[in-house]
Ligand binder design. Sequence first.
Ligand SMILES: [Zn+2]
Length: 124
Amino acid sequence: MDSEKLHHFKEILLTELRRHARLVVAEQATAIDAAGDGAKESADLSLHDLLEDLTVKRGEQESQMVADIDQALLRIEEGSYGICARCNQAIDERRLEALPTARYDATCQAAIEDAKGNSARPTL
Ligand SMILES: [Zn+2]
């Protein structure tokens, strides 16, 4: 991949990183608020527990996304970005446009998900 394209994907990743980093902070603040309310209004405790649990889980997903973006930026620095980590083939740029954090090409991603028996997850 040439440096112009790397720069292009780096910009996308940095934009995503900033967006998700803000979301993580917002989710954590919401989780803390939910915990505080739950202590005050014990009658609605189960609902609060549910909301809190949901909020924390969404926060974890966002944290995972931030970690994925971070890894992708690291691969740009290392010069391994856009190369499938499984078969060392170049990942289709259209795939990277859709999923800038992709570590595998579509073939390997499908094979990995098949191996996990995780067909319920959407293939990205
Ligand atoms: Zn591959």
